[in-house]
Design a protein around this ligand. Structure first.
Ligand code: M6R
Length: 613
């Protein structure tokens, strides 16, 4: 949610800021803005729309500056328009601020500021913060950094923010609570980003600001970091683990397509170093210290949101089939407010691509407070989830920029498969032959995905039919049921076609009423225990003239004959099928969205990382 970028140094700030905003645009794209320090005054440019609109706005303007802050917004408080776009200025125009997060007590603060005579011009929660800082700075005889700290003591909520002051034209102040903020350290220059994407081009040396910390960055001086109690903190320098190449689209038209095609490598990277050459041992280094807890767990709770929640549902099948321990899969957003029963011998597994999803992070804290062990599966190295869980395994899928999650999903399932195999083997729950077979099949998945990707053109043809409809149903059973949910989510989020996923047998309990000759029904009918049952479910749809698009196992003839279109996928162990069956559904959603003229990588109303509730 919202991207923040800032620069202080000897170079021209504007190109760095605009470039950074473009790299962060996946976090929000309904308005954008920049504040530049020019001759000890702050110049502001901001507008509704994408970063390209901001660039257009600035085209003929003087944008020379060596200090600036910039923002791309995903609206929470106040509609996306020019006045609500960040940065926000203080009343005297001498302070400018950008913010990612939510000021929960903004109404109380706003009322108080209005009472003191301040005129607020936007509908945002953010604007109160910059006025509050100005108020303290004017009245309390403190320096700017202390005014910022004192103001933030009064803020309830989350923030990553950056502030510049016309009175300190060589200083940048940043602070963080609940939303990520990185400081890139150059040669007497600083780069700020909500993540590493806008920084990596310039430096790999970064400081991840910790909860409640505030940093004072001044030209020619050492960085000063303080905690919320005003105690100096030692800066801890780390290396950014992303490369510029990973952030580029390369020869692909969209990030989403690139990321779908990256899946063979992403899965290989997820497995790398985790299966030994004799295939007799799977080990996940990141969780070794807590493996005993996992082996003795009485119950696994998996909490996540969106696509990661679907991966969690696949995890339920994997863990229950192989490890034979009960699993509950929870929407993190519901879990946190349900006063759930959590015991010390429970293990909570949280799954997140970004590692910044607010609800999932809240589930982490809740489970930790109740004494449970918390294991994270996340993609972004150094993310809040990676820091706040007891232990975890990175998915190593590489940066995922497209808002629709694709390679992160398959990498999450890969890690869940490895975890389940490791525990099942160590608990003696599966025969060695099955253990070896599953490992071999897992290792064969990348090549099999490659085969599916070769059907891209055929899937594009099928998309022509789906693109004309306004509804679609996805059906699957067993381990393919979560894939049906995921396929439906992919279609609706990027093509805006209403789509629902169902366990196939549930159709006749209601949804079958929706079937007519215009309804595409996408059926996952691969070789599995319930294959015959799925065949019956397909017959029921056909009897009502629904159009069948099936995903079948290579060599299938029965379902193929019953289908209007059939996509073949290679055979694999049933439990690993989601790693293959999800791929054609990702491609289908992509092509449908493209045919409908949708912005595939930046679908309306969405943002990549949902770091607010
Ligand atoms: O970063 P996370 O995996 O925690 O994100 C969870 C969801 O917001 C995310 O999966 C969302 O549903 C995607 N847009 C799906 O494509």
């Amino acid at each position: 949610m919202c991207g923040i970028v800032a620069y202080l140094g000897q170079r021209e700030a504007y190109p760095i800021l605009i470039n950074g905003l473009k790299r962060l645009e996946y976090r929000g794209y309904d308005s954008a803005g920049v504040a530049l320090m020019q001759n000890e005054a702050i110049v502001l440019h901001k507008c509704k729309g994408k970063v390209a609109d901001l660039e257009e706005l600035c085209r003929d303007k003087d944008v020379s500056s060596h200090l600036g802050i910039a923002h791309t917004r995903w609206a929470t408080h106040g509609e996306p328009n020019d006045k609500n776009a960040h940065p926000h200025l203080s009343e005297n125009g001498k302070l400018a601020l950008i913010h990612n997060g939510i000021v929960e007590n903004y109404l109380v603060l706003r009322k108080e500021l209005v009472r003191r005579g301040y005129q607020l011009v936007s509908d945002t929660d953010t604007e109160v913060v910059v006025h509050l800082i100005e108020d303290i700075y004017k009245n309390e005889q403190v320096d700017l950094a202390e005014a910022v700290r004192l103001a933030l003591v009064g803020v309830v909520g989350t923030y990553a923010l950056a502030i510049i002051s016309a009175e300190n034209p060589n200083q940048l102040i940043v602070a963080k609570r609940g939303s990520p903020l990185l400081i890139g350290i150059g040669d007497n220059e600083y780069f700020i980003g909500s993540d590493g994407a806008p920084i990596v081009e310039y430096t790999k040396n970064v400081i991840y600001l910790q909860e409640g910390e505030l940093a004072i960055l001044s030209l020619g001086q050492d960085i000063v970091i303080k905690n919320s109690k005003n105690k100096a903190q030692r800066p801890y320098l780390e290396k950014l683990e992303i490369s510029l190449e990973q952030l580029e689209k390369g020869n692909f038209e969209h990030y989403m397509l690139k990321e779908i095609f990256e899946q063979p490598n992403a899965i290989k990277d997820s497995m790398r170093g985790r299966i030994n050459t004799r295939k007799d041992m799977v080990s996940l280094g990141g969780i070794i210290k807590y493996e005993e807890k996992m082996l003795n767990a009485k119950r696994f709770i998996i909490a996540a949101c969106g696509t990661s929640w679907h991966a969690g549902l696949v995890g339920e099948y994997l863990f229950e089939s192989l490890v034979r321990v009960p699993v509950e899969v929870e929407y993190a957003s519901e879990f946190r407010y349900r006063n759930p029963i959590i015991n010390e011998d429970d293990v909570l597994i949280v799954i997140s691509q970004s590692g910044e999803t607010a609800d999932t992070l809240a589930a982490v804290e809740l489970a930790k407070a109740k004494g449970a062990t918390v294991i994270g599966i996340c993609n972004v190295v150094g993310s809040t989830m990676a820091r706040n869980t007891h232990a975890g395994s990175y998915t190593h899928a590489g940066p995922e920029i497209g808002v629709a999650s694709t390679k992160a999903f398959s990498a999450q399932i890969t890690v869940l498969s490895l975890m389940a195999l490791n525990l099942a083997h160590k608990k003696g729950k599966i025969p060695l032959s099955q253990y070896h077979r599953l490992i071999s099949d897992l290792e064969a998945i990348p090549d099999k995905i490659q085969e599916i990707l070769m059907q891209n053109d055929y899937i594009k043809e099928i998309a022509k039919f789906v693109a004309q409809t306004s509804n679609a149903i996805y059906m699957g059973r067993g381990v393919n049921f979560p894939v049906a949910l995921e396929g439906a989510l992919k279609l609706k989020e990027i093509s805006y076609i209403h789509a629902e996923g169902y366990p196939a047998a549930e159709m006749k309990h209601g949804p079958i009423a929706l079937i007519d000759e215009a309804m595409p029904v996408i059926v996952l009918a691969t070789e599995q225990e319930t294959y015959e049952k799925v065949v019956s479910n397909i017959q029921e749809v056909r009897a009502r003239k629904g159009k069948i698009i099936s995903v079948v196992s290579k060599g299938d003839t029965l379902v193929k004959e019953m289908s209007d279109y059939a996509i073949e996928i290679p055979l694999t162990e049933e439990l690993l099928t989601p790693l293959l069956s999800c791929v054609p559904l990702q491609l289908l959603a992509y092509h449908v969205a493209l045919l409908r003229g949708c912005d595939v990588d930046k679908p309306r109303n969405l943002a990549k990382s949902v770091s607010v509730e």
